[in-house]
Unconditional design. Structure first.
Ligand SMILES: Nc1ncnc2c1ncn2[C@@H]1O[C@H](COP(=O)(O)OP(=O)(O)O)[C@@H](O)[C@H]1O
Ligand SMILES: [Mg+2]
Length: 321
């Protein structure tokens, strides 16, 4: 039934040296047009897209399908990543929209975490890793030599799979970033930042009477909300989340998903998840990766109900991965 859908493979071009390389035409775009769309709606045991009953975003909050969006916070073009010469990410061109959640899905090892780490230059910390291509944050190349990487990582917060609070008090976990970045004018102001960050992370009521207790003494779900509070305490523009719920139970997961839904009113969020239900619940755009390539990206509901590439369809229907 899908004979007309072309395989998405595309020979990667010779990667261009990064940092200061001349801009070239993005060539990874327009994938939405690559394949003839499947018109069949998934009636057969497809995903329940909104199992929690949460409704879709309003029309104006969604972006047109495709790799590009209007006024993106991140604009990535022809991004390649090599680990000791072995290519892990191939010519990925993808925008990240403001005030919305982009979910990245795909089989293990397909490059989701690698792409996420490109956005705050965490791959710089991996020996042997090399990144080529162009990544612009608010129109500015994040690899420009004038970019302060510590500042960049404050603007682009990251939450990891395993909650990783510092071995400090709950208060100090949240106060840490504002302190090192000099964001608080006074102790009272720092108190305010800690309180508001914990409140926004949905944790204040649970911890307000034990702010001096160790963050590591909290439950897993609370620790992950503490890590989110720590991230938002430095007023990031974007929050990157790498499988943030995979170590949590379903109740803690639901709380984090609700939180993501609230946070997107203020932040752009990019979330890697191995749960397609989670991608469907929390994101407005979904990108499907396969063997280091971006295969398909578009409006989440469209990708799950009407995938345009066979690889995407095989993955979301459980035939692969
Ligand atoms: N630090 C690293 N050193 C060498 N290879 C790596 C490293 N991190 C990831 N890779 C390789 O890059 C590919 C993509 O990995 P990754 O981005 O972690 O995938 P995903 O997050 O989709 O599971 C895999 O083949 C993986 O083995
Ligand atoms: Mg990963």
């Amino acid at each position: 039934m899908n004979e007309e859908i072309p395989e998405p493979g595309r020979a990667p071009e010779e990667p261009q040296a990064r940092r200061g390389g001349a801009a070239r035409e993005g060539n990874g775009l327009g994938r939405e047009e690559d394949g003839a769309p499947l018109t069949r709606q998934r009636a057969d045991g497809g995903l329940n897209l909104k199992p929690s009953g949460r409704v879709s975003v309003p029309e104006e909050a969604t972006q047109p399908d495709g790799a590009t969006v209007e006024n993106p916070v991140f604009s990535c073009r022809d991004v390649n990543v090599f680990y000791s010469g072995k290519q892990a990410l191939k010519e990925v061109s993808l925008d990240v929209g403001r005030r919305q959640v982009l979910a990245m899905i795909g089989p293990s090892g397909c490059g989701k975490s690698t792409f996420l780490r490109c956005l705050n230059r965490m791959n710089d910390t991996i020996a042997g890793a090399r990144v080529t291509g162009h990544i612009h944050l608010d129109g500015r190349d994040i690899h420009d030599e004038s970019v302060d990487v510590a500042q960049l990582r404050a603007r682009i917060g990251m939450v990891f799979q395993k909650p990783n609070p510092f071995p400090k008090s709950i208060y100090d976990n949240v106060a840490y970033g504002p302190r090192i970045h000099g964001l608080a004018r006074s102790r009272a102001h720092l108190d305010d930042i800690v309180c508001s960050s914990l409140t926004r992370a949905g944790l204040w009521e649970e911890v307000k009477d034990r702010l001096s207790s160790p963050g590591t003494g909290l439950s897993g779900g609370q620790q992950q909300r503490l890590c989110i509070a720590r991230t938002i305490a430095v007023q990031p523009e974007v929050i990157l989340m790498d499988e943030p719920c995979s170590a949590l139970d379903p109740i803690a997961t639901a709380r984090i998903e609700d939180l993501i839904d609230e946070l997107r009113e203020s932040y752009a969020i990019v979330i890697v998840t191995h749960s397609m239900q989670q991608a469907a619940r929390v994101s407005q755009r979904t990108a499907y990766f396969h063997l280091g390539e971006l295969i398909e990206v578009g409006n989440t509901d469209r990708v799950f109900t009407n995938p345009r590439h066979r690889l995407t369809e095989d993955y979301i229907t459980g035939r692969f991965g």
